[in-house]
Design a binder for this molecule. Structure first.
Ligand SMILES: Nc1ncnc2c1ncn2[C@@H]1O[C@H](COP(=O)(O)OP(=O)(O)OP(=O)(O)O)[C@@H](O)[C@H]1O
Ligand SMILES: [Mg+2]
Length: 376
């Protein structure tokens, strides 16, 4: 165990912390702004020490959910329960949650050390405890030599690390991160992503991380809650979410899916002339004209002069190459190994086939809207 770990596992009085890894229960949350239902009956349980990501399009209610949890936003219905205690009447300051925002929200007139120590000052800790603790946290985020710098003298990545240290300084019961990486360039972002994740795992802090970047989510989270219009579409591990999307919205929002019109009957569809079982879950009882939602890796192709598809585009992705295969009216995306793709020219006729064990279907031409629904 490192010094950092010991720091985080003891409270400011030096005794063991008992509230690391709180259990969070969001119960039927409703929050309206005029005609907009920003949260429309959202319920979610987050396990102690879990890293839960909220993923969804702009305006779906992610920030509102986080602000409600932190106590910055009032509820029109529902309740927030942490470790079995209803927090409805508890002020934000007394909820002991650490929050990091998208934009750098450091106090510009305080140096890094004082920014980190701010919450401790609010909690009336002595100056020696504040300095010691803030120093340890700066070390934890790798910035122990930057304590005297003011925010405008630091890079964006450094400022976000200070913001993280500041949020952790109060030993929060829950860590709330609202798109903390979105203003950073790709390299710093990837670095900080790893740092946040390993810190979170080491400290076992229950964390809610908001983003609309699916790559970020799939690489960091224990579980992902996909939101749309103030409600939850699916809560699942990253791999389950990707490989077994429960709804058409998830299939289209997480990863890439091509929509292919098919007919459904007897729990089966025929795709590219091949009979396939329909995946259980949303839409599985549909019959008649529907769309099959196919991942690029759900499909394999064989070069065949008689094949019903032909290649119209190739995008090199490294080990794999993504092809767009035109099948009748429908462009279908297919991933193939790059060594195989290099032998397939544009215009080549191919025979597509399904290689997944079942197929997700949805109502044909379902509209995937990004904004919150108006109140009924
Ligand atoms: N204070 C407010 N007053 C009025 N409407 C609000 C307020 N806060 C949020 N909303 C509305 O509630 C809905 C949800 O907003 P929220 O900020 O939670 O979305 P979000 O998922 O965080 O989006 P983004 O990815 O763009 O940050 C939006 O339609 C937004 O316009
Ligand atoms: Mg937001």
């Amino acid at each position: 165990m490192t010094q950092m770990k010991e720091t985080a596992m003891t409270n400011s009085m030096g005794s063991p912390t008992t509230n690391v890894g709180a259990a969070v229960s969001l119960e039927n949350l409703v929050r309206t702004f005029g005609k907009v239902r920003a949260l429309d009956g959202l319920s979610l349980k987050i396990e102690p020490g879990e890293f839960m990501a909220l993923l969804g399009p702009s305006g779906c209610g992610k920030t509102t959910a986080l602000r409600v949890l932190a106590g910055f936003e009032l509820l029109d219905g529902g309740r927030v329960v942490v470790d079995g205690v209803d927090l409805s009447d508890v002020s934000a300051r007394k909820r002991d949650m650490g929050m990091v925002f998208q934009s750098y929200s450091l106090f510009p007139n305080m140096n890094a050390l004082n920014n980190v120590a701010f919450g401790l000052r609010m909690r009336k800790q002595s100056s020696s405890v504040r300095r010691k603790k803030a120093g340890e946290l700066l070390e934890m985020v790798g910035l122990s030599d930057q304590g005297n710098k003011y925010p405008h003298q630091m890079s964006g990545g450094q400022q976000q690390r200070i913001a993280l240290a500041r949020a952790l300084a109060i030993e929060p019961r829950v860590l709330l991160l609202d798109e903390p990486l979105s203003a950073l360039d790709a390299i710093v972002r990837a670095e900080l992503r790893d740092q946040i994740r390993s810190l979170q795992q080491r400290l076992a802090i229950t964390t809610v991380f908001v983003t609309h970047d699916q790559e970020e989510v799939l690489s960091m989270a224990d579980r992902v809650c996909v939101m749309s219009r103030g409600h939850i579409e699916q809560v699942a591990s990253p791999s389950e979410l990707y490989s077994r999307p429960a709804t058409a919205f998830v299939a289209q929002f997480v990863g890439i899916s091509s929509r292919v019109p098919v007919d459904a009957s007897n729990h089966e569809v025929v795709v590219f002339g091949q009979r396939c079982p329909i995946r259980s879950g949303e839409g599985s009882n549909l019959t008649g004209a529907v769309d099959a939602l196919l991942r690029p890796e759900d499909i394999a192709i064989e070069v065949d002069p008689e094949g019903q598809g032909f290649v119209t585009r190739k995008s090199f992705l490294g080990a794999m190459t993504r092809l767009v295969v035109q099948v009748g009216e429908i462009p279908v995306r297919v991933d193939v190994r790059s060594d195989k793709a290099s032998e397939i020219d544009l215009g080549t006729h191919v025979r597509p086939g399904i290689v997944s064990r079942d197929v997700l279907i949805a109502t044909r031409k379902e509209i995937v809207a990004a904004d919150a629904v108006p109140a009924k």
